[in-house]
Design a protein around this ligand. Structure first.
Ligand code: UD1
Length: 360
């Protein structure tokens, strides 16, 4: 059985690693890893491959950045001949990035089966580019691997046939479970550079960073946080660029380059609080039991709010201040780890994939 994995952006890498490993141990499986090149900086891509033990991609489409249409179209144009030539039996796509939807479109039109890992998540906010990617990918996929029950319900409501839906748990947590010991070790070597208590911040959503007034407001809130708690801010290239383009000041915030996976995981595990607009980090903090304040009005990962440590603070500085006050007073929201976030999701996906070869 020929299986393709298509990845392109940073959040895909921790999801593909466990599935690659699980399928490596199975009989008659030939795997091909395709990197679309959506993320290309060393610290957005290569370092993740290295730390997660992902083999070098068999194919790199090197599409780079561009508008949504351009990037998606480039991926489609460069991927199509590869799929036509190599004839995979199944193509696995991950998450909700442009590489995910572009691949689903190419394969659906070629009649090649697609499996979507992390299916069914919905923010119900179509201004978010990822929501469009999720909706389209799930309509086109043949196998839909969901992390939690809300995913199954969303898919049913959208008319997806029950037999295509497989609740397998959260695959990103597999990588976390595997690398947490290494992350803690790495952290120990750096404790001298780290304050005892700190807020770890990430921001990169277009809705937060592409508008000058919004980004200015968020930075002002973070400067206020920084008076009570040191703010450590590994910034996505997009965010760095916007801060410079808009002539904004990050003042006393400790703005760093994006961190490698293991280093960031270590920092999360010891953070007093995490402030973020990322999707995956809402889940990682829930697993780690670290308070998470999400700078968004909605989330496609509601289980992190209903069961986990996540609180949506939107862009309201008062809400952020109030929730931060709770954390500093030792009254942070407590949470539990959702079912099937157990480090074995990659194996469950492999079982299903192998049990359902093409044409089955
Ligand atoms: C993408 C995903 C988003 C995910 C995020 C994680 C889509 C629609 N968005 O957003 O869901 O949360 O990745 O990081 O797929 N850039 C670099 N170096 C890189 C990559 C990008 O400098 O290695 C810069 C470029 O200025 C580029 C910008 O980042 O214009 C945006 O990159 P892109 O991949 O289009 O989207 P992200 O914002 O990274």
């Amino acid at each position: 059985m020929k299986i393709f994995h298509i990845v392109g952006a940073r959040p895909n890498f921790m999801k593909v690693a466990p599935v690659l490993t699980a399928l490596k141990g199975r009989k008659n499986v030939e795997q091909t890893l395709v990197h679309t090149g959506q993320h290309y900086d060393v610290n957005m891509s290569d370092i993740f491959f290295e730390q997660l033990g992902i083999p070098a991609p068999d194919v790199n489409l090197a599409v780079g950045s561009g508008s949504h249409a351009k990037q998606t179209a480039e991926i489609m144009m460069r991927l199509e001949p590869v799929v036509v030539e190599r004839q995979p039996d199944l193509v696995l796509v991950y998450g909700d990035v442009n590489s995910t939807v572009a691949t689903a479109l190419v394969c659906a039109k070629l009649g090649v089966r697609v499996g979507h890992v992390e299916a069914g998540l919905r923010s119900f906010d179509r201004t978010m580019p990822e929501e469009i990617n999720r909706l389209v990918t799930d309509q086109l996929a043949d196998l839909l691997f969901t992390p939690s029950e809300d995913g199954d319900e969303n898919l049913r409501r959208e008319g997806i046939a029950e037999e295509k839906i497989f609740r397998v748990g959260n695959v990103m947590i597999d990588s976390l479970v595997r690398l947490l010991p290494a992350a803690r070790k790495t952290l120990q070597t750096k404790t001298n550079d780290l304050p005892e208590r700190y807020a770890l911040v990430t921001l990169h959503r277009p809705a937060n960073v592409d508008d000058s007034a919004t980004l200015k407001g968020i930075l002002e809130s973070l400067l206020e946080v920084n008076r009570d708690l040191a703010v450590i801010f590994p910034a996505h290239p997009r965010t760095r660029k916007r801060i410079a383009d808009f002539g904004l000041q990050a003042g006393q915030l400790r703005v760093l380059d994006p961190l490698p996976y293991v280093d960031f995981l270590g920092m999360q595990s010891r953070a007093t609080v995490v402030i973020t607009d990322s999707g995956g980090i809402q889940e990682e903090t829930t697993y780690l039991g670290v308070p998470c304040l999400t700078v968004r009005e909605n989330t496609e990962r509601p289980i992190t709010v209903s069961m986990g440590t996540n609180v949506l603070v939107g862009r309201d500085p008062q809400k952020l201040r109030g929730e931060l006050g709770r954390v500093l007073a030792g009254n942070a929201k407590k949470g539990t780890v959702p079912p099937l976030w157990d480090g074995r999701t990659g194996e469950r996906i492999a079982d299903i994939v192998i049990g359902r070869p093409s044409g089955a």
